[in-house]
Write a protein that binds this ligand. Sequence first.
Ligand SMILES: Cc1cc2nc3c(=O)[nH]c(=O)nc-3n(C[C@H](O)[C@H](O)[C@H](O)COP(=O)(O)O)c2cc1C
Length: 210
Amino acid sequence: MIEQNQIFRRPNPIDKEVSWDKTQVIMSKTNSKGIIEYANEVFIDVCGYEDYELMSQPHSIVRHPDMPRVIFKILWENLKGGNNFYAIVKNLAKSGRYYWVMTDFEISKDQTGDITHYFGRRKAVPQEVISKHIEPLYKRLLQIESVSGMEASEKYLIGFLEEKKRSYVEFVKECIIDYEQEQYSKERKEQIEQDEESESRSFFSRFFGR
Ligand SMILES: Cc1cc2nc3c(=O)[nH]c(=O)nc-3n(C[C@H](O)[C@H](O)[C@H](O)COP(=O)(O)O)c2cc1C
């Protein structure tokens, strides 16, 4: 028999990433209070908890201390307001390792319009997006929270997004688009260089009659 407090003892974070198949989708379903009712095999493999350890636990079981509280505040404001939401989240596995994911939060309602469940579908986020855009922002928010509290970090986040003229969801979407465009330009540049090289080689082959 597993005791409740055994489950809630938070692992000590270690600065190592979980090694997992990043083509997979991590999925979970909660009740309206964020209590886990279902987790798919991928979730179980990545976070390292058994399904019996996850069921009926709050979703904060995988909360990483590097996550600023304000991100969850805006997540819940949106969910309770009936808006589907997307967030980039660093999670804590049972081993103490971390894994970064983009989460698509979806709301399920009954016939009277009351929220009955939430679904979270997560995919890996490219490391470049995390290092360039997300980690610097989250570190700043966390620092502000530890010194001046969440009200201050929320004000900072509002200012940060106002400057960009973006909502949080638009911001995370743009971080991914920015990365995809960089990848595309890199691939195009490599292709052009390869084409130029093979064109030059075929010119000299022709020239020397080989
Ligand atoms: C469907 C769903 C999925 C969630 N997934 C995560 C998650 O992967 N990681 C996480 O830290 N919080 C997740 N949360 C948010 C948690 O419920 C919680 O608000 C968060 O971990 C912060 O915990 P705290 O409010 O106890 O500080 C999810 C919530 C819902 C409704």
